[in-house]
Ligand binder design. Structure first.
Ligand code: NAP
Length: 523
């Protein structure tokens, strides 16, 4: 498998005709070959025609065949680890070990969805048998199953070139649900995208799936991204990126003659609450754990702790000195793209120029391009409550400490927060549980995952995970983009009333061969 600057449309390899996109090595600033010519209306149309054509055959694949397809993609990726990791390293500046583990996660995610497909819970079969003798009205025979929505457009994320990109969580869950996928590759890592796309294309062929099950297009978001989301044949969108990008796609999708769901994961500042007894008893370990989480991956994680909320207490200044000390000696690290670096610098500059914000520490300056120098800021609850701009995400290793005078101030501030992916409570058994219960009751309405005595970075891929939350963390708080629950984003229920047995879908037949879990007459 080698890259050649191609888009993938079904089984074809296609060169675009629009402006060339070059990946940039963020560590050196150099352009990487080959050029990726963006696609246009013709390529969008071809990918959508094929995806629509593939839909009916792909959605009715039996559970074993669909699971095998997901496993084959995983196997094809596993056979190309060295090439994928090497190219992803050049395009993202991320270290080899991180990329190897991200690719491992991507492979395991595909296998997990293969298991989910086989288990058949996602079909959600319910059968309410006919009651012809019921009075005053008889009941019809009613059978429900979930079917996939249709072709899905996935936008690859910049910060996870593997686990949230071409074969990442959105693609795996859409494939598992039975949806063909068209990926709009992220312009920061086209070579990585092409390599991964070739692995999927090969699996489509060897597993005898319909040709249009998968396509990968390149081009600018405003151009090809808009065209894809506007296309009538596309029925849902998965996205991870900026708040402005996600909300733009939500507007396009809502303005279509047939609006469609957009599952966008956007912006989150992930508050961490440090309780007084935890501050008093384990200030050193909290300082280390918090700073490690803040610095991980140059802070380019959606769960990066951008906010710490703490009550005034005797040990607070010593704790903040400790945190500031750790931040000030942090090594600079390469950020993913020049654009992300620029946005980080801008966010940090805004905080520095805010009269109500104090710079507690800044890591050493770096000489190379696109370096993240970690920053730690502090402000008061009063200032935070009075300035909505302080709630903006600064994507990178920057965090704002909010010093609160009272518990009431903490609750008021929490009430004013926007939706978040996570919130973390660091507490000791002797901390005030009544207050914590009040806090958790507010947090449940604000976030997708509440952690006790941990740190928000690091998202397990498993059935119980929720990587979601109210806007702007995501565009739809009822879902998750990580874990097997993500499959439900791409399914909808259909009820079959009084169907002749031979016309029923296999999973709904009495004594069916699929043997999937069922709720029969409420049991
Ligand atoms: P982005 O700018 O939102 O881009 C993500 C994808 O969406 C790209 O493919 C982009 O196309 C496309 N896109 C953006 N705006 C669009 C629009 N108006 N219409 C159609 N398509 C559009 O995100 P990014 O490049 O990954 O990073 C930029 C910033 O996003 C970061 O600095 C950070 O603040 C934020 N971010 C947040 C998270 C998070 O998890 N919270 C993750 C990643 C990034 P192009 O190819 O034209 O760029």
């Amino acid at each position: 498998m080698a890259i050649a600057g191609n888009m993938i449309i079904g089984q074809e390899l296609v060169k675009g005709s629009k402006k060339a996109i070059y990946a940039v090595n963020p560590a050196t600033g150099e352009h990487l070959q080959p050029a990726y010519l963006g696609g246009g209306a013709q390529e969008v149309d071809r990918a959508c025609v094929l995806a629509e054509k593939a839909f009916d055959a792909y959605r009715e694949t039996d559970l074993e065949s669909r699971a095998k397809f997901l496993e084959q993609i995983a196997a094809n990726l596993a056979a190309n680890v060295a090439a994928i990791v090497e190219r992803a390293g050049l395009e993202s500046g991320l270290p080899k070990a991180r990329l190897e583990s991200e690719l491992g996660r991507t492979i395991n995610q595909l296998k997990l969805f293969a298991e989910e497909v086989k288990a058949g819970r996602w079909i959600g079969v319910r059968v309410d048998t006919a009651m012809p003798e019921r009075t005053p009205l008889p009941r019809a025979d009613l059978r429900l199953r979930h079917i996939p929505l249709g072709p899905v457009v996935v936008f690859g994320a910049s910060n996870f070139p593997l686990a949230f990109s071409v074969a990442g969580g959105d693609t795996a869950s859409a494939f598992a649900a039975g949806c063909p996928v068209i990926v709009k590759g992220h312009s920061a890592h086209p070579g990585t995208s092409e390599l991964v796309g070739l692995a999927i294309q090969a699996a489509v062929k060897s597993c005898d799936m319909p040709e249009g099950t998968f396509s990968l297009l390149f081009g600018s978001g405003a151009d090809i991204g808009t065209a894809l989301v506007s296309d009538r044949r596309v029925k849902a969108v998965g996205f991870t990126g900026s708040r402005s990008g996600g909300t733009a796609l939500m507007k396009i999708a809502a303005a279509r003659p047939e609006p469609i769901p957009v599952y966008a994961e956007m912006s989150s500042i992930n508050p961490v609450y440090l309780m007084p007894e935890a501050l008093m008893n384990r200030a050193d370990s909290v300082a280390t754990g918090f700073v490690n989480s803040l610095l991980m991956g140059s802070g380019q994680f959606c769960t990066n702790p951008g906010l710490m909320i703490v009550k005034e207490a005797p040990g607070l200044d010593a704790f903040l000195s400790k945190v500031a000390g750790l931040v000030s000696v942090a090594k600079p690290s390469t950020m993913l793209t020049p654009g992300i670096h620029e946005a980080y610098e801008l966010g940090v500059a805004k905080l520095k120029s805010n009269n109500h914000v104090q710079l507690l520490a800044q890591a050493q300056e770096a000489s190379g391009p696109n370096q993240c120098c970690a920053c730690l800021f502090a402000t008061t609850a009063e200032a935070f409550l009075g300035d909505p701009k302080l709630r903006d995400e600064v994507f990178g290793s920057s965090s704002l400490i909010i010093r609160c005078k009272t518990d009431e101030e903490i609750l008021e501030l929490t009430n004013g927060l926007e939706g978040q992916l996570t919130a973390t409570v660091l507490m000791n058994p002797t901390d005030n549980k009544r207050f914590t219960k009040s806090l958790v009751s507010i947090l449940e309405r604000k976030v997708g995952r509440i952690l006790f005595n941990g740190y928000p970075t690091g998202v397990e891929v498993c059935p119980a995970m929720v990587h979601g939350g109210p806007f702007p963390a995501t565009s739809d708080s009822r879902t998750t983009s990580v874990g097997t629950e993500a499959i439900w984003r791409f399914l909808r229920p259909v009820c079959y009333q009084d169907f002749p047995s031979d016309l029923l879908p296999e999973a709904l037949k009495d004594g069916n061969s699929w043997n999937v879990p069922k709720l029969v007459n409420g049991r």
